[in-house]
Design a protein around this ligand. Sequence first.
Ligand code: INS
Ligand code: FE2
Ligand code: FE2
Length: 318
Amino acid sequence: MTILAKQPALGSQFDEKSVHTVTEEAKGVVLNGEFSLPKEVPHNGFTTPAINSFGHSFRNYDAESERQKGVEEFYRRQHINQTYDFVKKMREHYKKLDEAEMSIWECCELLNKVVDESDPDLDEPQIQHLLQTAEAIRKDYPNEDWLHLTALIHDLGKILLLPEFGELPQWAVVGDTFPVGCAFDEANIHHKYFKGNPDFNHPAYNTKEGVYTKGCGLNNVMMSWGHDDYMYLVAKGNGSTLPSAGLFIIRYHSFYPLHKEGAYAHLMNDEDRENLKWLHVFNKYDLYSKSKVLVDVEKVKPYYQSLIQKYFPAKLKW
Ligand SMILES: O[C@H]1[C@H](O)[C@@H](O)[C@H](O)[C@@H](O)[C@H]1O
Ligand SMILES: [Fe+2]
Ligand SMILES: [Fe+2]
């Protein structure tokens, strides 16, 4: 990895104390006129486990445990700090992609240094989560190589937690995402903490549509800042040839209020609705492949290297 000359760190403002306090058969998807996916999303053999490695149901945010207390505190911080202005600043800074240069695989390895405090289900290194997701999806959708690669890279944006990439606090990197600039929907987990967010009482931002219009398309909506949008900016900015559904999965895979609860659907346009079908497919693997059965990294590496080569340049700007 090459670390590029850096602007002063994003800074002390991120000191946590100082900040104010398919699923069904999917129909065919035609993408950019170039890339078309099968008319039917085939059914598959993946069975979803009932309990996670800690013996709880998945995404159970009410379970009584030490870990869960940490997760709730995480969401308290996230909800009070993710404001419209904060997100705007983050996007402007990170879209310059001037933090470092490295390959996708280098980044996968780097991710092993990262711990995600928002996740009540994951107990394995991040590279295992990437490969477990990708391998499970590959088994069921052998011909969708773009989907295997999407799974491999979907969480790479979590490198924002590392010192070389700004060392952002957990609340600015992980956890579920939601739009800013309009009212916070009650479908967001631990919704009550939004009351401490300055946007909560801001008249421009606290109506159902806020600064947006009905059907404006998610591309025009600012999402809370984190690893999803960052990785999307990296893929886009480096000219990835992944299809639009792959980029959509990367960008919105943490948007559970939409893809699990159906909230904020009024902001979508037709392309979003098409892409959402693939996000529903992906989500099952992202969530339920988390297990103690580890993937042999060296064994599968050549396959993923070949996909990286197909859809990305050898070195990327981050
Ligand atoms: O990778 C993250 C993480 O595991 C979070 O706990 C979850 O809330 C997000 O949606 C997901 O993208
Ligand atoms: Fe994620
Ligand atoms: Fe994930």
